[in-house]
Design a protein around this ligand. Structure first.
Ligand code: ASP
Length: 322
């Protein structure tokens, strides 16, 4: 596998690189099940979590992953820093460089921010995109793929891809970086992707995407019989217009609920990247059902992010059992 320096897009990974990360994540999951959940791999390396946008799962999960690999961790959030005094991304980045950051995990409200950081020359270290605007969230796609692979092929299914599996991604595709990264990675791993949304919540160029588009959820679930359904959060904070008549109507037509669960094959996975709007895109009956992988996705996020950091920063597979 060629050495990756940054992870900016799920499209940076070819099949071999993606499976390589999922396989390392299997080993990291074993480490996470041990009493002492720690590897010395990144001892002496400094990783900065640079968060310009709110986050719960992603930020905590990266921090835990970095600490389990023994990195020195700095958490920087825009609120409470000099960014709120108007400091630019460039000055912030150059400050981190002066402090010797080996890697920067960045979340930013602007699509493309991670690419700017990686190619600006302001920072020499690795850049990991932890969500940039409506653009991409590659580690989310990796943890989703890992969750699907483990549930369907079993843990320790090293080397396997997702060929032959059908995945439906449902809801606010327009504003979703999770949908964009998943679309790329699922295709790379051989899955068949179905996007299901009201016409107002599809991007203008969606017909060019490598996916089948559906405009009716019940019909799509009946026809496709997906192996996994990913429900997307309605991203109200990114909506500058009215995209559907009311929340009540959205939940009735586009929400995953007990009636829709009954349309699915008994073992279909119900996924959600979090945070969930319970009662809007997903009801408690679906979110808390035995088919739900929501909490597994969170747990798997730590293993997958350990694997990404390991892959970008250690370059070798020598120490994994240490
Ligand atoms: N947590 C995911 C993200 O940051 C999904 C979401 O916010 O809806 O994109």
């Amino acid at each position: 596998m060629s050495q990756l320096k940054h992870l900016l897009s799920a499209g940076d990974l070819d099949r071999e690189a993606a499976i390589g990360i999922l396989d390392i994540a299997e080993e990291m999951a074993d480490v996470n099940n041990r009493d002492i959940k720690k590897l010395p791999t990144l001892r002496g390396k400094t990783v900065v979590n640079l968060f310009f946008e709110d986050s719960t799962r992603t930020r905590i999960s990266f921090e835990l992953a970095e600490k389990r690999l023994s990195a020195d961790v700095i958490n920087f959030s825009a609120k409470g820093s000099s960014v709120s005094k108007g400091e630019s991304l460039k000055d912030t980045a150059q400050t981190l460089e002066a402090m010797g950051a080996d890697a920067v995990v960045i979340r930013h409200h602007a699509s493309g921010a991670a690419n700017v950081l990686a190619h600006s020359g302001w920072i020499q270290g690795s850049i990991i995109n932890a969500g940039d605007g409506t653009h991409e969230h590659p580690t989310q796609a990796l943890l989703d793929a890992f969750t699907i692979r483990r549930r369907i092929h079993g843990s320790g299914s090293n080397g396997k891809d997702l060929s032959g599996l059908k995945v439906a991604i449902v809801g606010d595709v327009l504003h979703s970086r999770v949908a964009r990264s998943n679309l790329l990675l699922l295709n790379t791993l051989g899955a068949e992707v179905h996007l299901v949304a009201p016409p107002t919540l599809f991007p203008a160029d969606a017909s060019k995407w490598q996916a089948e588009l559906h405009f009716n959820l019940d019909a799509a679930l009946n026809d496709v019989k997906p192996d996994a359904v990913m429900m997307l959060r309605v991203q109200a904070e990114r909506m500058n217009a009215s995209y559907f008549p009311s929340e009540r109507e959205y939940s009735r037509i586009w929400g995953m609920n007990a009636d829709r669960l009954a349309l699915l094959k008994p073992d279909t996975l119900i996924m959600h990247p979090g945070p969930m709007n319970r009662g809007l895109e997903i009801t408690a009956a679906a979110a808390d059902s035995k088919n739900s992988t929501v909490l597994e996705q969170v747990a798997n996020g730590v293993s997958v992010r350990m694997a990404v950091l390991y892959q970008l920063l250690s370059g070798e597979r020598a120490n994994i059992d240490a």
